[in-house]
Design a protein around this ligand. Structure first.
Ligand SMILES: Nc1ncnc2c1ncn2[C@@H]1O[C@H](COP(=O)(O)OP(=O)(O)OP(=O)(O)O)[C@@H](O)[C@H]1O
Ligand SMILES: [Mg+2]
Length: 242
C-alpha cells in the first residue's frame, strides 16, 4: 500500500533520515520505533508532503506521491495524527470532526450528512457524550482520541499515528490499544504507528521497523525485534531480553 525507497532528509548537516526503505502492506498494523530524534516524525512529515525528501521515492497504491501537497495526499487516502495534538481548540469536539469530513475528502458530503458521519466516528472513538465540549477543555486522552477521530473523518485507507498512547494512564492505555485494533479490524484501515510505550507497540503490531539516527536498523515481527542486539543496544535496553 505504501512504500518508500532511499528516503533521505537533511536539516542543514543533520541527516534526519538516511536512505530509508520502508513498506507497509495493506491490512497490517506496523510499528515504527526508535530513540528520541531517530527520525520517526520526520518520516511521517515526509510521507505527508510537509517536507520534500532530499532523495527517494514514495509510492502510495503504486503512484508516486512526492511533490504532492499535504491536502492532496490526505485526499488520496493517507490520514495522520500529530505527536503534539493539534485540535481546533475553540471548536466543539463535534465540529472538529465535521471539519475532517468536509475538508479532508476528495468528494465531501453536504454539511448535514457530514455532521451525521462525524457523530458516528465520535461514537466509535468513545467521544459521543462529549461532542459539545470545546476541544481545549478535553483531557489528554480525549484529545488524542479526537485527533484520531478527525483523521478518520478524512476516510483514510492508511492511518499514521504518532504517539497516541504516550502520556495515558494504564486504563486509558488499554482502551486506546483496543480502539486502534478495532480501527484495523472493523474499519479495515491499515496502520503505521509510532510509539514509545513498548507494551502497546509490541501487543498491537504485526511487524515493527526500528530507526536510529535516521537509519533503519531492524525490521521484523515483535518477538524478533525484542531479541535484536542492535535494537537492544540502541533503544530497548537489557530489560527486554527474554
Ligand atoms: N524542522 C526541523 N528543523 C531542524 N531539525 C529538525 C526538524 N525536524 C526534526 N529535526 C531534527 O531531526 C531529527 C529527527 O527528529 P524527529 O522529530 O523525526 O524524531 P523522532 O524520532 O520523532 O523523535 P521523538 O521520539 O522524540 O518524537 C532530530 O534531531 C530533530 O531535532
Ligand atoms: Mg516524534
Amino acid at each position: 500500500m505504501l512504500e518508500g525507497r532511499n528516503i533521505s532528509k537533511y536539516f542543514g548537516g543533520l541527516a534526519a533520515l538516511k536512505n530509508v526503505y520502508f513498506k507497509v502492506t495493506k491490512g497490517v498494523i506496523k510499528g515504527l520505533i526508535g530513540p528520541n530524534g531517530a527520525g520517526k516524525t520526520t518520516l511521517f512529515n515526509v510521507i505527508m508532503g510537509v517536507y520534500k525528501p532530499d532523495s527517494g521515492v514514495i509510492k502510495f497504491k503504486g503512484e508516486n506521491i512526492i511533490g504532492l501537497k499535504t491536502n492532496q495526499i490526505c485526499k488520496r487516502g493517507i490520514g495522520r495524527t500529530f505527536q503534539i495534538v493539534k485540535p481546533f481548540k475553540d471548536l466543539s469536539v463535534w465540529d472538529n470532526v465535521t471539519m475532517g469530513v468536509l475538508f479532508g475528502r476528495r468528494n465531501p458530503p453536504g454539511v448535514k450528512e457530514a455532521r451525521d458521519e462525524a457523530l458516528m466516528i465520535l461514537d466509535f472513538m468513545g467521544l459521543k457524550g462529549k461532542r459539545e465540549v470545546l476541544a481545549k477543555n478535553l483531557t489528554l486522552a480525549d484529545k488524542k482520541s479526537l485527533e484520531i477521530a478527525r483523521a478518520l473523518a478524512t476516510k483514510p485507507e492508511i492511518l499514521l499515528l504518532d504517539e497516541v498512547v504516550a502520556g495515558l494512564n494504564p486504563t486509558e492505555t488499554i482502551n486506546m490499544i483496543k480502539r486502534i485494533k478495532r480501527i484495523r479490524d472493523e474499519l479495515g484501515i491499515t496502520i503505521l504507528i509510532v510509539e514509545h510505550v513498548m507494551r502497546a507497540v509490541m501487543e498491537i503490531s504485526d511487524e515493527i521497523m526500528v530507526l536510529h539516527h535516521g537509519e533503519k536498523i531492524a525490521e521484523g515481527e515483535p518477538c524478533e525485534i525484542t531479541r535484536d542486539e542492535r535494537v537492544i543496544e540502541a533503544y530497548l535496553g537489557e530489560k527486554y531480553i527474554f
